[in-house]
Design a protein around this ligand. Sequence first.
Ligand code: NAP
Ligand code: MG
Length: 401
Amino acid sequence: MNKIPMKTPLVEMDGDEMTRVLWQWIKEILILPYVDLKTVYFDLGLPERDRTDDKVTLEAARAAKEYGVAVKCATITPNAQRVEEYHLKRMYPSPNATLRAALDGTVFRAPVLVRGITPYIPTWTKPITIARHAYGDVYKSVECQPQKGQQVFLTVEEGGKTAQKLPVFDFSEGAGVVMGMHNTDKSIRSFARSCFNFALSSGQDLWFAAKDTISKQYDHRFKDLFAEIFEAEYREKFERAGIEYMYTLIDDAVARVVRSEGGFIWACKNYDGDVMSDMVATAYGSLAMMTSVLVSPEGAFEYEAAHGTVTRHYYRYLKGETTSTNSVATLFAWTGALKKRGELDGLPALSDFAGRLEKACLSVIEGGVMTKDLVGLFRAEGVVPKAVDSRSFLEAVAAAL
Ligand code: NAP
Ligand code: MG
């Protein structure tokens, strides 16, 4: 068989620990035999980040912007213990945070659905994709515990002139707590554009929800900016694509989500996205089956698994033990990126291959062959699930392919 050709290379970001091992195996067993793979390779593994003073992460981000489609392996975000373990020069920031900031992007998380693994909400027959605004609000807030006196918000203009003074609360009756949080029109606009672009690119409806009835300035600004950008730039494109944009109150959204069958994108403010993505991931079954894609407002895509580097399995692997680590989310990061590349470059054979690879992977699980983490979740009449090790799973997918 001739290998499937590519035009533009993928930006490949390698990573750490067990996922780095899976990364090589996925390429070796499922991609390189079939695709004439072209990538621009960046090693975001911790040793290389340390050697380059983390410049490699910035270079990878620049390449993702330039080429438009990237695929990333999970990476370690160093803490004090990792600084010791890897003898690091310093405690580097999370590569994902660096990439998000450089691309000004929004993260979309969606579960991989498989027959046999039923969500806790049985009507969810299609994936629900959560888009979390990853800037500001409570994550960049200023807090204090006033013991007494008036708490106010002051707006100080250039030159030191007080332009506005808003009383928050009078604590003369006793102590309490205060929080000041912010967001910027620029960040909200980028968030909105990323969401509209992703809805178009995936052909799904977009829901956005906030609490504008209570937060008449803050949340209302989000609602207004989404509406303004939708009218000016996206309404016609959505109509042509046959998809819809809907704004509703966050409480109404929660009720609708629970009653829904899935198959849409739920755009959330930062805190809502933090909470709801854990709820949705758990309800669908397993973190190891969650994929994630970072989308910039200019339309660059970076695909990855939502889980981490699976450290506990890696230590066992280093001792020479076989592990049963789930590679589905990492494999779907590859297929997502190959599909998108095929779509952008007009290479249907490449997109088609990615689709077949996904189907092969799902059919193996549906047939009862899976990694250990899924065995307890799997229920299908007449099929007794069997746990296999990481490599055997990928080989079973190759056989099905
Ligand atoms: P984790 O790697 O997601 O693993 C947590 C646990 O979840 C594992 O120990 C394992 O449970 C289970 N699990 C996760 N993914 C699995 C898979 N593919 N197959 C089977 N089981 C899986 O999270 P963590 O232990 O909190 O973090 C480890 C490292 O990953 C940290 O250094 C962190 O900085 C990094 N991290 C990176 C990213 C990213 O790059 N996007 C995201 C999160 C964390 P059992 O051990 O019980 O089998
Ligand atoms: Mg959370």
